[in-house]
Design a protein. Structure first.
Length: 164
């Protein structure tokens, strides 16, 4: 929220390798998860260099991985797929979680919006994570999309320019 409200906020872009960052995030989430989590990382090419704000980029991916774990059952499968073109990085996070009802998918990137599950509040949060991800990816000149089916999981795909 603080990032969103600062009018003079500027990304601190730098060039970095994506693979070490992804490997580190996967290790962190495997250690802190309180349930069985399996990751599959498919990077093509294996070595991808991007120009982005490393802190906020890391936070975006962390948010997507955290949601994938929170909104899945006791056994979680997460596929992370990256593809590189001359100008773009496409990064997708797919889970086998509870999915998001079609009627609510257009709102998940709104600030404070949380998918309604009746009067059940078994997952903590404020509805800020996906709005943050959308804001940061757009500040990088990119976009985010969602594909989801109830009880089958979700795929969030980031499209980010690789170079300035």
């Amino acid at each position: 929220m603080a990032v969103d409200e600062r009018k003079n906020f500027r990304l601190q872009k730098e060039t970095f390798q994506l693979r070490p960052l992804m490997d580190s995030l996967i290790r962190q989430f495997m250690l802190k998860a309180n349930k069985e989590v399996r990751f599959h990382l498919d990077m093509q090419p294996e070595e991808i260099t991007i120009y982005a704000d490393k802190l906020h980029f890391t936070n975006m991916i962390s948010n997507l991985l955290d949601n994938a774990i929170k909104y899945s059952g006791t056994s979680v499968d997460i596929d992370i797929r990256t593809r590189e073109s001359e100008e773009w990085l496409q990064l997708s996070v797919t889970d086998n979680g509870i999915g998001i009802p079609q009627a609510q998918q257009s709102r998940v990137f709104e600030r404070f919006y949380r998918v309604s599950k009746g009067n059940i509040h078994d997952v903590k949060g404020f509805g800020l994570g996906l709005s943050y991800v959308k804001d940061i990816v757009e500040r990088h000149g990119g976009s985010i999309t969602l594909q989801s089916k109830e009880r089958q999981g979700s795929t969030f795909t980031l499209l980010i320019p690789i170079r300035k």
